[in-house]
Every structure is written in C-alpha cells, then in structure tokens.
Design a protein around this ligand. Structure first.
Ligand SMILES: Cc1cc2nc3c(=O)[nH]c(=O)nc-3n(C[C@H](O)[C@H](O)[C@H](O)COP(=O)(O)OP(=O)(O)OC[C@H]3O[C@@H](n4cnc5c(N)ncnc54)[C@H](O)[C@@H]3O)c2cc1C
Length: 388
C-alpha cells in the first residue's frame, strides 16, 4: 500500500516524538516509523526508570560537539523551562534530585504517555514494528517497510545512536547520512564505565560496590562526583562524565581527596609518622577498604616531609589508564555522529539535501549526564518540527 504524508519521521524515540508532535500541531500529516513494538523504549529505562527528563541549568558548556556553537540556537529556542511547562500542563509530578536534574516522581512512563498523547491529539500516525528496508529520494522521499511504501516531501532521521542495541539501537541514521552524502564524525561510546587493565582489576575490583566522591579529570575537563568500583573497573557519575572526553590509552586523573590535605597532620607532627596514622587520615576522605587498598598499592617512599608531599600529590592525581570502556552495550549515549557542519543550526535540515533532517542523538551533539541528552532531543526535535 502507498501511504502519502507531509513528513516521515524515522524513529519514535525522544527526538522523533517531539518533532512529530510539533509538526502535527502545525497541521502537517506526519508518520512516525518505529522499529520496536512500542515508541520511547529508551525513555522508559532512563534515569533508573524515573527519566531525568531535563536539567534546569542547561548551558551550551554541557554539550560536546566538534562545533560547540552548533547546539546553542536550538537549545535557546526550546529551553528546559519550555519542557517543564509541557510536563506541568500534563500534571506530571516531578522533583529535583541534585544539580538541577529533574526526575519523574512516579515513573518514566509519564513522559512517554505525555508524548504519545500529544502526538495522538496532533493527528500523528505511529507505525510500530516497522522494518525499514529501503529509503529513496525521487521527486520526494520514499520509505519501503514491509508491504507498505511511505511517501513524503520531507524525511526526519531520528533513529538515535548505537548505545544499548538490546533496546533497539541501530546504525541506520549513520547509514542514511552516508547514503545521502552527509558526512558523519566517528562515533564512540560515551557516558560509559571504564574497564581497568588486568593488573588494576586484580588490585581493586574485589572492592566492587565501594564508592567515594572524587574529582575525575581528562583532556582539560573535570567532574567532582561519586566514583564507583565495579567488577571490571570504574563507574559512577564522575567516571561516566569524564568517559565522554576520554580517548584510548590516555590516562585519567583521579583526585581521591578533593580539596583535602591528607598528610598535613603527619607533616605538622600532630600524629605519628607511620602506616596506621596515614591510613586513618586517608579514611577521612575514602571508605576504609579503598583507603587501605590504595595505600597498600601506593606506599610512601619514606616519612620525610618530601616523601609525604609526594604521596599527597599522588592522592590528588592518581593516574589510571583504562584498558577500555564497557562499549555501546553499557554506554548511555553515542558521541560523534552526523557532522553539524552539514546541518542548519536553526532547523536541523541538511544543507546538501533539502527536505532531509537529522535530530537527537544521531547528530554530533552529546550532553553531559544529568538530563542534558533529553533536552537536546527535545530541542532539536522541536527545531525540525517547527520547520516541516
Ligand atoms: C540506560 C539509559 C539511561 C538514560 N538516562 C537518561 C536520562 O535520565 N536523562 C537523559 O537526558 N538522557 C538519558 N539517556 C540518554 C537518552 O536516552 C538519549 O540521549 C535519548 O533517548 C536520545 O533520543 P533520540 O530520540 O535521539 O534516540 P532514541 O530515544 O534512542 O530513539 C531512537 C528511536 O529510533 C528507533 N530506531 C532505531 N533504528 C531504527 C530503524 N532502523 N528503524 C526504525 N526505528 C529505528 C529506536 O527503536 C528508538 O525508538 C539514557 C540512555 C540510556 C541508554
């Protein structure tokens, strides 16, 4: 069957639903083609099932892209306050957890239901279990899916990134970009735990579950948050954040006692200069097991002030060289993607291929942890929705 629309949206995730909703409200006949059996599956598992749907303090510095200016226009034209207003219109209860991060009180399904309702009211047609076999551009865009052929003058690619293939992630967005001659920047897993090298795994990973507040740094960026030891390496918000800036074989700096002075008491002669005193000082900053283990692996070279100052430096700049990340299977997002030079910052439309749009995670814009990735999905989706 041939089905004619004004716009086809490939992918019924956060960005696709937002875009479809807006275009539908503006009177466009919109079809969303979603591969899974339902839309918004990633929203449902997000934020531990409560969806950290935005961040009150959303700034361009919270996004990573080869062009750090690209996201500014979309983020300014659809702000976190705009999304909060939509959430409040639907009387969805929410709360701020920390650092401006907003979560649903009840469940992430409040957000998917809100988007589905808005889409339905705007007359958007949602086709689930869609198996897209072919996308062509003749006088208009043609999408073949099973026995159906969808046609429209505009096509929006909102198929997301490669993270969590189990949830339906595919590389279709990047393949379509290539098919239409739109450049793609190399992708990599981001917001992802680190796997430690075998030697470090032996040293630390039996402490799995132990966490501490640290300052993690890499490539001029730093994040002060919790770090968690896992069975294979390191995770926790500080590590996830810094992973987005990490490149293979580079060291990550970990300050185990941010703003603390671990050896002061020993240096100033207020306590004995011995292993027990040192351990008890480090335990003021780290859980006992981690403090003891770290000192077993990094004993002071002596008890002179110089040796203690050396140790102090090590505590604040513990250099870890991860063997790898846990990859797309455990990454919250995909960094890299459709090159922003190819797109209009106002509408997300391809500069080369009129009528072709890319929105959400498939684009080379990656947010920090804390609701920023959804805010990018809403804002970029809205930008395209207003232009269709
Ligand atoms: C475990 C987890 C937790 C997260 N928690 C948060 C959070 O709390 N806050 C936050 O801001 N971000 C969070 N994120 C990131 C956030 O989910 C994504 O950045 C966001 O969903 C991206 O939106 P999108 O619409 O671009 O892609 P997606 O939401 O991934 O949607 C893409 C859609 O396209 C569909 N699709 C893919 N390929 C095809 C195809 N070939 N044909 C048809 N359809 C296709 C997919 O099934 C999917 O429904 C989390 C991510 C993960 C994995």
């Amino acid at each position: 069957m041939i089905l004619q629309f004004d716009a086809l949206v490939l992918g019924g995730g956060a960005a696709g639903l937002m875009c479809a909703m807006e275009a539908g409200k503006r009177g466009r006949r919109v079809a969303v083609l979603e591969r899974s059996e339902r839309a918004g599956k990633k929203i449902l598992i997000s934020g531990g099932g409560r969806c950290n749907f935005t961040n009150r303090e959303c700034r361009p510095e919270n996004f990573i892209s080869a062009n750090p200016h690209f996201a500014k226009s979309a983020l300014a034209r659809y702000t976190s306050a705009d999304f909060i207003a939509l959430v409040e219109k639907h009387r969805i209860p929410y709360h701020e957890k920390k650092l401006g991060q907003l979560f649903c009180d009840r469940s992430a399904s409040d957000i998917t239901e809100m988007l589905e309702r808005e889409c339905a009211e705007a007359g958007v047609r949602l086709f689930v279990n869609a198996r897209i076999e072919e996308v062509l551009r003749t006088t208009e865009f043609v999408v073949r899916a099973g026995a159906d052929e969808f046609r429209a003058p505009t096509l929006v690619v909102a198929t997301g990134g490669l993270s969590i293939p189990k949830m339906g992630a595919t590389g279709m967005g990047y393949e379509l970009a290539q098919q239409f001659g739109v450049a793609v920047r190399e992708t990599r897993p981001a917001l992802v735990p680190f796997v430690l090298a075998a030697r470090d795994r032996e040293r630390y990973c039996d402490l799995a579950g132990v966490s501490a507040e640290v300052l993690a740094s890499c490539n001029g960026q730093q994040f002060r948050e919790k770090m968690l030891v896992t069975h294979r390496g390191l995770s926790g918000p500080a590590i996830l954040q810094i992973s987005s800036y990490w490149k293979a074989r580079e060291p990550v700096g970990i300050d185990l006692a941010p703003e603390g002075d671990v050896t002061a008491v020993l240096r100033e002669g207020k306590s004995m200069r011995d292993g027990a005193a040192l351990k008890s000082e480090l335990q003021r900053f780290l859980p006992q097991r981690l403090a003891n283990r770290w000192l077993d692996q990094h004993p002071p070279s002596g008890w002179s002030n110089v040796a203690l100052a050396d140790l102090e430096r090590n505590v604040h700049q513990w250099e870890v060289v991860p063997a790898d990340t846990e990859g797309y299977a455990k990454a919250e997002v995909t960094a890299g993607g459709v090159n922003t030079d190819e797109l209009s910052a106002k509408t997300m439309e391809s500069k080369k291929v009129p009528g072709l749009f890319f929105i959400g995670e498939v684009v080379d814009v990656t947010g920090h942890l804390g609701g920023f990735n959804f805010q990018w999905a809403w804002a970029s989706g809205m930008s395209a929705g207003r232009a269709l």
